[in-house]
Unconditional design. Structure first.
Length: 222
């Protein structure tokens, strides 16, 4: 998505601009601004949005084809190797049983991740009491904790950029949807892959909860 700076009127790709606390920073004049989305801002097909009584429910599937294929390929490779050393007759070496156990654990982890990415769902429920984020999967997901944000504690919702170091030292850009609380703290709601996706979820939540969309002041700590 291209974004135009309202100060110098230069256009840039969203991924080439610094983004923090819901504001973009123009790389030409350093002006900070909250961009207006243009073009198609509808959510990707992994999302469904529904009204359930007075609640608005956003559900996001975890399914990503590339991850499912990667974990499936790893599982298949390790599982075939495990079958070979377990059932093909050969002279057992010292420590081979330990290796079989380790490989079995790796196969289990790979299968676990494949099933999570196939069937896992994040549910964001916005209602009279606030925002509740829950995670549904065929198996327990110990590294994800449900989130509950009371409505009377919410000040603003915003999307901001996250940078992480990927393979070979390259920076990967993702985005978080977070809430500014009246206490001055911030709380993460969900993570998304693109700025437009994050801004679309933000706009849906703010409209349903009656929160005015304003720029978040720089200085809130994440």
């Amino acid at each position: 998505m291209e974004v135009t700076c309202p100060n110098c009127e230069m256009s840039f790709s969203e991924n080439s601009m610094e983004s923090r606390f819901g504001l973009l920073v123009c790389s030409n004049c350093d002006h900070r601004f909250k961009p207006k989305l243009s073009g198609n801002t509808s959510l990707p097909s992994i999302y469904t949005v529904a009204n359930e009584g007075s609640d608005l429910v956003i559900r996001k599937k975890w399914y990503r084809k590339i991850w499912v294929l990667a974990f499936s390929a790893n599982f298949a490779a390790w599982f075939l190797f495990l079958l070979c050393i377990s059932f093909i007759p050969h002279k057992r070496e010292d420590g081979e049983f330990v290796l079989i156990i380790i490989m079995g654990l790796i196969c289990f982890i790979m299968a676990y991740l494949v099933i999570l990415y196939l069937f896992g769902v994040t549910e964001i429920r916005a209602g009279r009491t606030g925002i509740d984020v829950t995670y549904a999967a065929p198996f327990p997901v110990p590294f994800l904790k449900n989130i509950s944000l009371p409505l009377n504690s919410l000040e603003q919702i915003f999307c901001h950029q996250k940078l992480s170091t990927a393979n070979r030292g390259k920076q990967a850009i993702t985005y978080d949807i977070s809430a500014v609380l009246k206490s001055g703290d911030t709380a993460k709601i969900d993570n998304v892959e693109t700025w437009e996706e994050g801004k679309a979820v933000e706009a849906i939540l703010e409209k349903h909860l009656g929160i005015e969309d304003v720029a978040v002041e720089v200085g809130y700590g994440i």
